[in-house]
Design a binder for this molecule. Sequence first.
Ligand code: SAH
Length: 353
Amino acid sequence: MTALSDLIAMRIRADGPMPISEFMHICLMHPENGYYATRDPLGRGGDFITAPEISQMFGELVGLSLAQAWLDQGAPTRFALAEAGPGRGTLMADLLRATRAVSGFHAAAELHLIETSATLRDVQRNTLSGHPATWHEHHGTLPDLPLFLIANEFFDALPVRQYERAGSLWRERCVGLEGGRLRPGLGAPLPLGGLDHRLEDTRDGDVVEVSSESAAVAKAIGTRIAAHGGAALIFDYGDWRSLGDTLQAVKGHRTADPFEAPGTADLTAHVDFEALAHATPSAHSRLTAQGVFLERLGITARAKALARRLEGAALEAHVAAHRRLTHPEEMGTVFKVIAFHPETAAPPPGTTP
Ligand code: SAH
């Protein structure tokens, strides 16, 4: 038992079974014992690894795509360069290094980082030393400027609710207690107008996931882009319209039981990109596989250039990292990117053929 399993069990005894979204929120965000509050999950001996931690090429190419979008919109002389959930700050550091050669980009950029974890803010401060930044708890405090934003594996950390189809009704999957242990169970069948469109592509017993927080963040970011200009590049694993129970716990690079030892494993759910696209009032690009995006931006040429300076184990690791980011059997297809952009501007390079 962990401190959080006691707390969750106590709440369930008082209020009844808990939506998965509330469970995720407590596990990840509890100020003392939450997963993100208590550790650096990406550090040495961490629980999982992300694209920017695999290779510098990821952040470099993302940076050049974003800088090209900035140029395409007339290179506004002041803009917010923002990241949601910057982790160790590696993606932003690689982006900043790659865009040094883009004339005027750094001078115009104000760096804004949306991060709730104090532990990770410290790591970011260290990684990005030399680049003054403003940290935000929430996107709501971003300045009213053109917004050029990146987010990698951010939306998958936002809570989802789960519903299992029962005829034309839905039963919410909730966390309850079974013999004193936390276990998932199903609520009573209810009509849910917000899920009418899912009656088309689901059958009895199918689970669908809804993240109202993700939709709210996508709407807020897209509203800023529509009003002030800018672009957002959002990377995550998931699909256009997610189907099935994708709640996953990862601990020490292995999947774990999400209901065992809450607060000690990373919890994520696949991103429903259709829901993000529908929530944004800005225009959006097509959903693009990460491997395709990186190939369009020339990752192979960049990989070859970097390989010239490497040999032995370092060269092997570099070749493996390139494959890991782009290959369909690795992160190339499961991970996807969607861009938000103003109606009047082109989407960032890499997101269109
Ligand atoms: N983008 C990084 C880290 C991904 S891990 C990378 O690719 O390596 C998820 C990140 O989102 C962490 O920095 C975590 O602290 C942050 N995060 C999770 N939920 C958040 C929320 N609701 N608000 C702000 N940051 C959040």
